[in-house]
Design a protein around this ligand. Structure first.
Ligand SMILES: Nc1ncnc2c1ncn2[C@@H]1O[C@H](COP(=O)(O)OP(=O)(O)OP(=O)(O)O)[C@@H](O)[C@H]1O
Length: 543
């Protein structure tokens, strides 16, 4: 069947399920400033040649001091760590390399690591996910250096706190945002449960971040997955039936919402609604009764413990737990539900300054080629500035002398208006500049590329001309298409240091798979769609 049940961690493991076929599209992004890169699905495919090393950076212990243990998973041990030079605190997920007796890395281990790194990077600079800074390896371990979330698991707060509906709504909104961003990028998380969401700090209003994408995989529109992956009691009925897609994550969010609002689990066995503490404390595998309850038992939202909840809360949770996935809302639709949008938080009329954090996150989710291409297009648009009054004004405030560049420090200063930790601020700014040669200066078109409302720009009669100009600039050898030599020059000045970087950049836009990008593919690649909606991202406005 390709899965097994882990009693200690309530999990169906699915190493055998990481087939190339479940990774339908690819992404690659090198960020040499942070030593980060995206692995393509090819890297994660079963056809990858045997490896002794991954090719990640060495020198973890020259860069970091390892601190105390902060968590233990089935796959990795997580420690705190301090960067020796900057003093920044991080989490390090350390995984012991699994090898065969003749020294080759276990191919399933290779796939799991490359896949997890790929998915973390594909989610990019979302503030709803612990950020992956860098990956190291030595002879025995792979180390993922992650944003440190020191506020504990969502589960621990469910146990100790009694939530008001408003507080519960905030947490459900954050979980759904994470899912909406994953789903917009073709990723299904497959392990939506309270212990995979950590609070950034111990502050009562600390944001919630998703961790652990070891179960996550890609699922294209219309595709169905069949391997039973996830954690019992959060598994959707269609996962038990082994034919599911992204909507299965929504069910998991529904179970968490149910727990937050009632302190109980919706489907915990024969007796129906039991107190979840008992179930969780026992750390037991699901009985057949639990699965049967998930598949068949009816929930009554009129009787205790639901009789004291608001009608809006009930309506949303009921919809998230619709047994028929087609009747379940998408994460994006659920985010528009009344219960999650008290009137004062209406984002429909948000000003530019109110959405800067959302725009930076969105830009940070794009791969390197797309970022470079948007900067190029922005360069053309910058000349036509009538339509860009707001953006110009915001830029001018940070560049009072009109030099045409703003200092990194000015943007950092502007971001202090928002509810962001210092590492989050740095994380958001990391993709603003094309390269560090600019010595901490951000040019107007770099700023525009990150801030523009690309959807409305596309309506301009000049859109096609701007795309064509950028395409011609990228087609350095004038062959009529963008190929690997063009991208070598463009992305890394001739010699890419990150393995597979150029191929992966091509794959991002090469729809017909002929190894080069033509003009039509380039235009389609740059054309934004609903997946780029700003309201998938946190505003982090201070209240
Ligand atoms: N970024 C982080 N900051 C702080 N603690 C973390 C972080 N990431 C993970 N942890 C802690 O380490 C534990 C194990 O991490 P994680 O779930 O990623 O490991 P895993 O081996 O992939 O687990 P699994 O068995 O679920 O596959 C988590 O439950 C959490 O307590």
């Amino acid at each position: 069947m390709g899965f097994s049940c882990s009693y200690g961690r309530h999990q169906y493991h699915h190493l055998s399920s990481l087939r190339a076929s479940s990774v339908p599209y690819l992404s690659h992004k090198a960020d040499l400033r942070h030593g980060k890169f995206r692995c393509g699905a090819q890297a994660a495919s079963s056809t990858h040649p045997p490896k002794r090393l991954f090719g990640f950076a060495g020198g973890f212990s020259s860069d970091y001091d390892l601190g105390k243990l902060v968590g233990q998973g089935g796959f990795g041990t997580v420690y705190s760590a301090v960067h020796k030079r900057t003093g920044e605190r991080r989490a390090v997920k350390r995984m012991l390399k699994r090898r065969s007796p003749d020294g080759w890395l276990d191919p399933l281990f290779v796939r799991r690591i490359l896949h997890e790194v790929d998915i973390y990077n594909h989610i990019g600079h979302s503030l709803n996910t612990a950020y992956l800074y860098r990956v190291y390896e030595d002879q025995d371990h792979v180390d993922l250096v992650l944003e440190l979330c020191s506020g504990g698991e969502l589960w621990s707060r469910i146990q100790v706190n009694h939530y008001t509906e408003q507080e519960a709504a905030k947490l459900v909104r954050e979980i759904l945002r994470t899912l909406a961003q994953c789903h917009a990028r073709g990723i299904i998380m497959r392990d939506v449960k309270p212990s995979n969401f950590l609070f950034l700090s111990e502050h009562p209003d600390a944001p919630l971040k998703a961790i652990d994408f070891g179960m996550a995989t890609y699922c294209a529109a219309g595709q169905k997955l069949s391997d039973k992956a996830g954690s019992p009691i959060y598994l959707a009925p269609e996962v038990l039936r082994q034919s599911y897609d992204q909507r299965a994550d929504i069910w998991g969010a529904g179970v968490i919402a149910y727990q937050l609002l009632t302190g109980r689990l919706p489907f915990s066995g024969e007796e129906g609604q039991e107190v979840s503490d008992r179930y969780m404390a026992k750390q037991m595998c699901p009985t057949r009764d639990t699965n049967r309850a998930t598949l068949y038992s009816e929930l009554d939202f009129e009787r205790p413990p639901w009789d004291t909840s608001s009608a809006d809360a009930r309506e949303l949770v009921q919809s998230l737990l619709q047994r028929d996935p087609k009747q379940r809302p998408s994460a994006g639709d659920a985010l528009h539900h009344r219960w999650l949008n008290p009137a004062e938080d209406d984002s429909s009329d948000r000003t530019l300054s109110g959405s800067i954090v959302q725009r930076l996150q969105r830009f940070g989710t794009y791969g390197r080629l797309k970022q470079a291409a948007l900067r190029k297009v922005a360069h053309s648009i910058a000349a036509d500035d009538a339509a860009l009054m707001d953006l110009q004004k915001a830029f001018a405030q940070m560049d009072p002398e009109g030099t045409g560049t703003i200092r990194y420090a000015s943007v950092s200063q502007a971001l202090q208006e928002f509810d962001l930790s210092e590492p989050e601020r740095d994380q958001l700014m990391a993709d603003l500049v094309d390269n560090m040669d600019t010595a901490g200066q951000i040019k107007y078109d770099e700023w525009l590329a990150a801030m523009l409302d690309w959807k409305s720009v596309q309506d301009s009669s000049e859109w096609h001309d701007w795309i064509e100009l950028a395409f011609k600039a990228f087609d350095i050898d004038g062959s009529g298409s963008i190929g690997s030599e063009d991208l070598q020059a463009l992305l890394c000045g001739g010699q890419c240091m990150v393995p597979d970087e150029v191929d992966a950049a091509i794959r991002e836009a090469d729809l017909d798979g002929d190894g080069v990008i033509n003009l039509q593919e380039f235009e389609e690649f740059l054309t934004s769609n609903a997946n780029d909606a700003l309201d998938l991202f946190e505003t982090r406005l201070k209240h």
